[in-house]
Design a protein around this ligand. Structure first.
Ligand code: PLP
Length: 420
């Protein structure tokens, strides 16, 4: 969405994060997957208000490091609601988890088992297995997960070391487009449960990881998707005594955040036309956050190429390049055909809450986007945020609004200053 309105005076990029959206995602999850407890993947968006919202809703948290454990514990999350879901961990982080009482953690190799024996011998372990990630945009199974051929010897080794293996985890890869991938993974996990039983373990925890789309729960909603929910009931029926958890990141936050970028410079150049004769105008725009800022993961997520959707209409479109603000010649966000913009215009990028905020740097001295959070009074009350008010570490950047639809009016019209 391209906005021609002007936020007076400011050029600093900013996000608007809608906590109502996080709340709604949680409601939807509970309706569609009542058996599966979400442990939100903090790495995806570690904004404190998001963490507090999810904590108030009762989710658990998937932490990847000591720092993330510290962060969620600082807002009052108890250790039983944390899984240290990184298959390869620094020894000091393992010891930290142990000292804090964070017991659930994953592993995928023998060296890790030895480290855990030294740092947290009473940990409750989940064996992370490598699964088919060919249908996902971000692949994880080359780097993480034990292959099925090594599972038996790993479980035997854990048994010899007197470690407590409680379950199996997997991750089909981020942005998974095929629900059958989950089905296969669930079936493989079931196979590992059987192997573990023969070795003498009693597993009762299945962690189905993340990978769910941020624009809904399509994996569950379309007919193909039911394939894996059925598989869950087939291989791990409700009366099997197996607790099922997941580590969704993108699902909860992607659609909740919109980024606003200021066009602070532009340059017209000539380029060869795609077809026909003569030269075409190409317009280069320079905006306030780029590949070293909010767009740090754009190469990993090709779907973000659709981010800049110009308004429909009859306005002529020009071949355009959108550059980030830094002196890095590779800081090229994307090439796109769109109507002409002027200096001072704002570009709004929807669905931008996943893997953007934690990846931003202030390279070249350009500020990271400011984060404004909005929530309606109903949800504010429902979440019982009253108790949090004042200790919310987000200062004045918190806005309670009547309707989230009106958000952009607050930012771009005169009323803006009275709300921030
Ligand atoms: N769990 C683990 C171990 C991960 O590595 C990731 C993402 O990289 C996630 C959960 C979250 O995945 P997503 O955001 O695709 O749901």
């Amino acid at each position: 969405q391209v906005s021609r309105t002007f936020k007076r005076g400011s050029e600093v990029p900013f996000y608007v994060g809608n906590l109502d959206s996080v709340f709604e995602k949680h409601q939807k999850w509970q309706t569609l997957l009542p058996r599966v407890t979400p442990f939100y993947a903090v790495k995806c968006n570690n904004n404190l208000a998001v963490l507090r919202t999810l904590s108030a809703l009762g989710t658990g948290f998937d932490c990847a490091s000591k720092r993330e454990i510290e962060m969620v514990m600082s807002i009052g999350v108890t250790p039983d609601k944390i899984i240290y879901a990184h298959a390869t961990k620094p020894q000091t982080h393992i010891r930290y988890a142990c000292a804090q009482g964070v017991d659930m953690m994953t592993f995928d190799n023998e060296e890790e088992l030895l480290k855990i024996t030294r740092g947290h011998p009473n940990a409750k372990l989940l064996l992370r297995i490598a699964v088919d990630d060919s249908k996902s945009q971000v692949k994880l199974s080359t780097k993480f997960g034990a292959t099925l051929g090594t599972v038996g010897s790993l479980l035997k080794r854990a048994h010899e070391l007197d470690l407590d293996v409680k379950g199996v985890s997997f991750h089909v890869g981020s942005l998974c487009t095929d629900s059958v991938a989950y089905r296969w993974a669930i079936e493989e996990a079931h196979h590992v449960f059987e192997q573990a039983r023969l070795i003498g373990f009693h597993l009762d925890l299945l962690d189905i990881g993340g990978g769910f789309s941020g624009h809904g729960l399509e994996m569950v909603l379309n007919s193909k998707a039911t394939v894996w929910v059925i598989a869950l009931d087939e291989f791990f029926p409700a009366d099997s005594g197996v607790r099922v958890i997941a580590e969704p990141g993108r699902y909860f936050v992607d659609s909740a955040f919109t980024l606003a970028l200021n066009v602070f410079a532009r340059k017209k150049v000539w380029s060869l036309p795609i077809n026909g004769n003569g030269l075409d105008t190409m317009i280069m725009y320079y905006v306030t956050s780029g590949l070293h800022g909010a767009f740090g993961d754009i190469k990993l997520y090709p779907d973000k190429k659709h981010l800049f959707c110009a308004p429909t209409g009859t306005e002529p479109r020009y071949q355009s390049v959108i550059w980030g603000p830094t002196c890095d010649g590779a800081d090229r966000i994307m090439d796109v055909w769109m109507p002409e913009l002027n200096i001072g215009d704002w570009i709004l990028v929807d669905n931008f809450g996943a893997y953007t905020i934690p990846l931003s740097t202030d390279f070249n001295g350009f500020e990271k986007p400011t984060i404004y959070l909005v929530v309606t009074p109903q949800i504010w009350k429902m979440l019982n945020f009253k108790g949090y008010f004042g200790i919310f570490d987000i200062g004045p950047h918190f806005i309670v609004i009547q309707s989230v639809v009106d958000v952009w009016r607050y930012f771009f019209l005169n009323s803006y200053s009275s709300y921030i």
